[in-house]
Design a protein around this ligand. Structure first.
Ligand code: FES
Ligand code: FES
Length: 155
């Protein structure tokens, strides 16, 4: 039995300790917003937060997460849209959309660390999130917009 919190809800999960978190989220809990891309920590599609930090769920065994707090795209905003989601919508970022929940989770983690990131900081923080549709320019613009929205919300 592995006890952990996911999107603020407490779970006691009966799964093999070496099951990747991605499969627990998608197959056991039906949280399919987190995507399977490469399976080897190379594309970022499967990114969620564990204790506030972005992790690749395809290579994170559930057994390593006892007592942790997991946040997925489904738990990002309890009411309405998170500022990053709002910015994504305003900038019309997604094309096929497949990579985008991972992109958003990485962007949220970046903005928690750096309130007004430069282009260079964005490129560094986001370089592990690949997009086959090439939405990188819009992602950068949306991160700048989300930074503005977050700053306005604090005023
Ligand atoms: S599916 Fe996890 S990084 Fe690609
Ligand atoms: S929007 Fe299609 S892979 Fe990124």
């Amino acid at each position: 039995m592995i006890d952990l919190s996911i999107n603020g809800r407490q779970y006691s999960l009966q799964v093999d300790a070496d099951t990747p978190l991605l499969w627990v989220l998608r197959d056991h809990l039906g949280l399919t917003g987190t995507k399977f891309g490469c399976g080897v920590a190379q594309c970022g599609a499967c990114t969620v937060h564990v204790d506030g930090k972005p992790v690749r769920t395809c290579v994170t065994p559930i057994g390593a997460l006892a007592g942790s707090h997991v946040l997925t795209i489904e738990g990002l905003a309890s009411d309405g849209l998170h500022p990053v989601q709002q910015a994504w919508q305003e900038m019309d970022v997604p094309q096929c959309g497949y990579c985008q929940s991972g992109q958003i989770m990485s962007a949220v983690a970046l903005l928690q660390e750096t309130v007004l990131p430069t282009d260079a900081a964005i490129n560094t923080a986001m370089k592990g999130n690949l997009c086959r549709c090439g939405t990188y320019k819009n992602i950068r613009a949306a991160i700048h917009r989300a930074a503005q929205l977050q700053a306005q919300a604090k005023k």
